[in-house]
Write a protein that binds this ligand. Structure first.
Ligand SMILES: [Zn+2]
Length: 120
C-alpha cells in the first residue's frame, strides 16, 4: 500500500536546457522545489494531447492545488511561429482543459525569456 501523497503544484515546462536554471530559480522563489510534480515536454503546451494526458495523471495521482505553465521564447518545437500570442493560446487551452477537470486549480501561465520570466 502506498501512502497518500499530495503535491502542492504541477509545473509544466519545455525540455530546453537554456531555461532550466531560470525555471528552477523561479520554482524555488515560489517554494515549490520538492513539492511539485514536473512535466517536461518539447514545446510545453504545444503538444496538447500528450501533455494533457500526462497532466491529468498528475491531477489524479497527486491532486495539486496549483498549476504553473512555463512557455519560453525561441522554442524550437514552435518553429517559425514563436509569438507570445501563440504560446498564450496554447497555454490557455491546456489550462482551461485542466480547470474543467479540477475547477479549483489555481493557474499561473508564464513565459521564460532570455531576460527573465514574466507573466504570459
Ligand atoms: Zn522549447
Amino acid at each position: 500500500m502506498s501512502i497518500k501523497h499530495k503535491a502542492q503544484a504541477l509545473a509544466i515546462t519545455c525540455i530546453d536546457f537554456r531555461f532550466c536554471k531560470m525555471i528552477e530559480e523561479d520554482l524555488a522563489k515560489r517554494h515549490l522545489n520538492g513539492n511539485c510534480d514536473r512535466v517536461a515536454w518539447p514545446g510545453t503546451s504545444k503538444d496538447y494531447d500528450n501533455v494533457l494526458q500526462t497532466a491529468k495523471l498528475s491531477l489524479k495521482l497527486h491532486n495539486p492545488d496549483e498549476l504553473y505553465i512555463y512557455e519560453h521564447e525561441d522554442c524550437g518545437a514552435y518553429g517559425q511561429d514563436n509569438s507570445e500570442k501563440t504560446h498564450r493560446q496554447n497555454a490557455t487551452k491546456l489550462a482551461n482543459s485542466l480547470q474543467e477537470i479540477r475547477p479549483t486549480l489555481e493557474v499561473t501561465t508564464l513565459i521564460a525569456t532570455f531576460k527573465g520570466i514574466k507573466p504570459l
